[in-house]
Write a protein that binds this ligand. Structure first.
Ligand SMILES: [Zn+2]
Length: 186
C-alpha cells in the first residue's frame, strides 16, 4: 500500500509565506526603495519620487483589498515602479564606488604614511558634520595595527569624529583613504 503523494510532501516551514504573498511584498519593498540622494540639490526629486511610489503602492493595496488577484496586481506594481525609476545619483551608489576605489587602492603597495606597515587590525572612519549630523559625511578611513590604533584614532583622523570598524582587504598600518578626493592627497 502506497501513500498519496500529498501525504509525502514536506510540511511547509513554520511561518513561511505563500509564494504569491512573498512576490507581492517584494514588489512593495522595491517600490518603496527610494534611496537618499547624494547631493542636496536632488533631495526634492527624491521626495517627489517617494511620494509617487507610495501613492502607486497605496492604490495597488486598495485594489488588492477590493479584488484580490495578487499575481496581477504584483505585476502592475512592478510596471508602475519601472515607469518611475531612480534617476538621480544616490548616496548608496557613491558609498559603494568609494568602497570599491578604496579596496583597489589598498591592494597596491605604496609608501606607508604615519604607520609602521604591519598588517592592520583596526580601521577607523572619520566623519565631519553634514546636514546637522555629527556623523554626516565620511571623509577619511585610516588603518592601524593594534599598537598604533590609539594614535590612529587620536592623531591620524585629525578633528574628524572617529568610528571604529572592521578592517577590509589587506590593509597595512598607516594606510589612509581620503573619501573627499577618492584616495588623492594621502
Ligand atoms: Zn603599526
Amino acid at each position: 500500500m502506497s501513500a498519496h503523494p500529498a501525504e509525502q510532501a514536506p510540511a511547509p516551514t513554520a511561518g513561511a509565506l505563500p509564494p504569491a504573498l512573498t512576490e507581492l511584498l517584494a514588489a512593495i519593498r522595491d517600490a518603496l526603495d527610494v534611496p537618499l540622494a547624494d547631493r542636496p540639490a536632488d533631495d526634492k526629486q527624491r521626495a517627489e519620487l517617494l511620494t509617487r511610489r507610495a501613492a502607486d503602492t497605496r492604490v495597488i493595496v486598495e485594489l488588492l483589498l477590493a479584488h484580490g488577484n495578487a499575481e496581477h496586481h504584483t505585476a502592475r506594481l512592478r510596471e508602475w515602479t519601472a515607469e518611475h525609476p531612480v534617476t538621480y545619483p544616490t548616496w548608496q551608489t557613491r558609498a559603494d564606488e568609494a568602497a570599491a576605489e578604496e579596496e583597489q587602492l589598498i591592494g597596491v603597495p605604496e609608501p606607508i604614511g604615519p604607520g609602521c606597515g604591519a598588517p592592520a587590525t583596526v580601521r577607523f572612519e572619520g566623519y565631519s558634520p553634514r546636514n546637522g549630523l555629527a556623523h554626516g559625511s565620511l571623509d577619511l578611513a585610516v588603518y592601524a595595527c593594534a599598537e598604533h590604533a590609539p594614535r590612529a584614532r587620536a592623531e591620524w583622523l585629525g578633528d574628524l569624529m572617529p568610528y571604529r570598524t572592521l578592517t577590509a582587504g589587506d590593509a597595512l598600518c598607516g594606510h589612509l583613504f581620503d573619501f573627499t578626493t577618492l584616495g588623492g592627497g594621502r
